[in-house]
Ligand binder design. Structure first.
Ligand code: FES
Length: 68
């Protein structure tokens, strides 16, 4: 998934992916294009709950660790 890509490439985003994809943080919040957002399956309830806590939430926000 996208989080693995970021970790594998050692992209230095401070605090990104803090919970290692266990849906207990919102540090992996990303804002997608409308096209990308619509091409993905709907977020599960747990992801929506964490997204509600994300800073700067948008209608096309997702948690990157949940996007495969
Ligand atoms: Fe914590 Fe994605 S890394 S929810």
């Amino acid at each position: 998934n996208m989080l693995d890509v970021i970790i594998d490439n050692k992209i230095d985003i401070d605090g990104f992916g803090a919970c290692e994809a266990t849906l207990s943080c919102s540090t992996c919040h990303v804002i997608l294009s409308k096209e990308s957002y619509e091409s993905l399956p709907e977020p599960v309830d747990e992801e929506n709950d964490m997204l509600d806590l994300a800073f700067g939430l948008t209608p096309t926000s997702r948690l990157a660790c949940q996007i495969i």
